[in-house]
Write a protein of this length. Structure first.
Length: 317
């Protein structure tokens, strides 16, 4: 009641002017929390879960506002870079991938951080680290896969819509006035011609080649060997180890220990960054609003929204 009276007084004092009240919760700076261990040295545990995208994906249970995975990772890495006690990084990955650009940006951010900070980076793949999720893991010095991990799905998929038949049923005829015959190729309002399909295939082949060359570079194997198994299929942790896609099969604790050993730390605190009121108590603490490992139809629709088709490093069974 008191708040209501204060609002009435404010309206009275404002006269005819408009009062804008923003009740949106502010995004607070990251805070550090120790989740296990002791010692002066620190191992940062970073969580990369869900579909990788440039923007936060639509989620029915999400709390606004949300920070995109790219912005959060860059913020965490900047905070870690300014802390001399951070001597190793463990990236916990649980992702089927996402857009080609977002996956590439995360790989670059981790690689640049490793080069500047000069500390060991270990990737720990949990349930899924497929396609773009594996692409990001390539930035690590060591990749540890959980015994029940699913990884691989190396390749590119293009998502677009064809609503031409639906529009014809409701009597809608879209009109595109264009400067060239290919200007609107990939439009959801008409199908693709054979020539347009070949053009898109060329783009996909080029993005696929980038993925393959990155694996060859980071995993130190010939490109022809990578292409032999990089046909989009998924692999178990054991199969991935035999192919050379991962270094070890083990649990998250073993990934943390590997990071400590690489940093020559006999003891260290494992720390995570979080916003106020976010839960962080052990190494399995995750994001406050967990994303499903496989994208929902709602999230896939958000990937499709935008100018033109989307090219994805994404496992989408």
């Amino acid at each position: 009641m008191r708040v209501f009276r204060l609002l009435l007084v404010a309206l009275f004092l404002a006269g005819c002017s408009v009062i804008s009240i923003d009740f949106t919760p502010r995004i607070q700076p990251l805070r550090e929390q120790t989740v296990e261990g002791t010692g002066a040295g620190k191992v940062l545990l970073m969580d990369l879960s869900g579909v990788i995208s440039e923007e936060p994906l639509i989620s029915l249970g999400a709390q606004a506002p949300r920070v995109s995975i790219l912005a959060r990772v860059r913020e965490e890495l900047k905070k870690a870079e300014d802390d001399d006690r951070i001597q190793a990084l463990v990236v916990r990955i649980n992702s089927p991938g996402g857009t080609a650009t977002a996956s590439d940006i995360l790989y670059r951010e981790l690689s640049a951080f490793k080069a500047r900070k000069k500390i060991p980076v270990v990737a720990a793949i949990m349930d899924v680290g497929a396609s773009g999720g594996y692409y990001v893991a390539l930035a690590a010095d060591t990749i540890v896969a959980h015994p029940t991990t699913v990884t691989g799905s190396i390749g590119v998929v293009m998502l677009t819509l064809n609503a031409e038949g639906l529009l014809q049923k409701v009597g809608i005829a879209p009109l595109a006035i264009k400067s060239g015959a290919k200007k609107d190729m990939g439009s959801p309002f008409r199908g693709l011609s054979d020539e347009e399909r070949q053009i898109f295939q060329g783009v996909i082949d080029d993005l696929y080649g980038r993925f393959v060359s990155l694996i060859a570079k980071e995993r130190r194997m010939p490109e022809d060997k990578v292409r032999a198994f990089a046909d989009g299929r998924i692999y178990t942790a054991r199969q991935a180890k035999e192919l050379g896609l991962v270094d070890r099969v083990g649990y998250l604790e073993e990934a943390v220990e590997a990071a400590k050993q690489a940093a020559r730390l006999s003891e260290a605190r494992v720390v995570m960054y979080h916003r106020p009121r976010e839960y962080r108590s052990n190494i399995y603490s995750g994001t406050p609003v967990p994303e499903p490992i496989q994208p929902s139809l709602l999230q896939l629709s958000s990937l499709l929204i935008g100018p033109g088709p989307r090219f994805l490093y994404l496992w989408w069974p």
